[in-house]
Design a binder for this molecule. Structure first.
Ligand code: SAM
Length: 259
């Protein structure tokens, strides 16, 4: 029995499993970390394209099942655990992949892009609506905090859609596969503050930056910053960075002194 509470929708389409494994590993890769192996449908395809595979599974019964199924496979390590607690930097060079449990997909992806370790990219099957939000361009309906966060810390690419019929049992929503490649170089900023800043910019989506950021600086300071009548949904990642620098404690002090 699939435990729907744990997001257990098992992929049953061989063609789609192949496409995900190829997107993750290419012809071959040294190491794959898989999230949520379930009954091992994707695991099997990833194993045939890698030298070593570790798979983190929260459902203890499935972990036992997988260990028995691949008892004679030295390349596979099944880890009992919660992917939300994973420290990606504990793993060596390789790639991350998974048909993610939808209830924690965004949390897993954001924790990965912030501290990816040596995992070069992640290929994830997730709810299509979330995939659209992650890859959305500025100005669109889907563009928001999650888009900015993901695109600031990673390159993101929508790969292909997956219909409910490809799963057993079928989910109620459409799904999609995305590739997320954490950026090798990031600007030197206080990342936690930047994340809180972007979140504040989107707090009320219909309000201007001036309104959403009123708690971040005095009125005089805000008056001295250009472009505060815009809405967050119009800004690119670069715009957010420029704006954030205006709100850094040093710059803000300089602006106030010069006005
Ligand atoms: N990879 C399999 C497939 O494609 O058929 C199963 C995918 S199913 C959508 C998600 C899997 O993630 C399930 O096996 C579920 O038990 C597991 N899971 C759910 N929450 C998890 C978590 N927080 N950490 C790790 N695995 C989790």
């Amino acid at each position: 029995m699939a435990r729907q509470k744990l997001g257990q929708h098992f992929l049953a389409s061989g063609k789609i499993l192949e496409r995900i494994a190829t997107a993750a590993c290419g012809d071959h890769t040294e190491f794959v970390l898989e999230i949520g192996p379930g009954r091992g449908a994707l695991t099997e395809r990833l194993l045939s394209r890698s030298d070593r595979l570790a798979a983190i599974e929260l459902d203890g019964e499935l972990a036992v099942f997988l260990r028995e199924k691949w008892a004679a496979e030295p390349k596979l390590q099944v880890v009992d655990g919660n992917a939300l607690d994973a420290r990606w930097s504990d793993w060596g060079e390789g790639v991350l992949a998974g048909n993610l449990p939808y209830y924690v997909a965004s949390a897993i992806i954001t924790s990965y892009i912030l501290k990816p370790g040596k995992l070069r990219h992640g290929v994830f099957l997730i709810q299509k609506e979330v995939a659209e939000r992650i890859t959305a361009a500025p100005g669109g309906r889907e563009y928001g905090y999650l888009s900015v966060l993901c695109q600031f810390f990673a390159e993101v690419k929508m790969l292909f859609s997956v219909p409910p019929g490809a799963f057993q049992p079928p989910p109620k929503v459409d799904s999609a596969v995305i590739r997320v490649t954490p950026r090798a170089e990031l600007p030197e900023i206080d990342q936690e503050r930047f994340i809180r800043f972007v979140s504040a910019c989107f707090q009320h989506k219909r309000k201007t930056l001036r309104n959403n950021l009123s708690g971040w600086a005095s009125r005089e300071r805000i008056d001295a910053i250009p472009g505060m009548e815009r809405r967050a949904e119009q800004l690119t990642g670069g715009d957010f960075l420029e704006l954030f620098r205006n709100f850094s404690p040093d710059t803000a002090a300089a602006i106030t002194e010069s006005t």
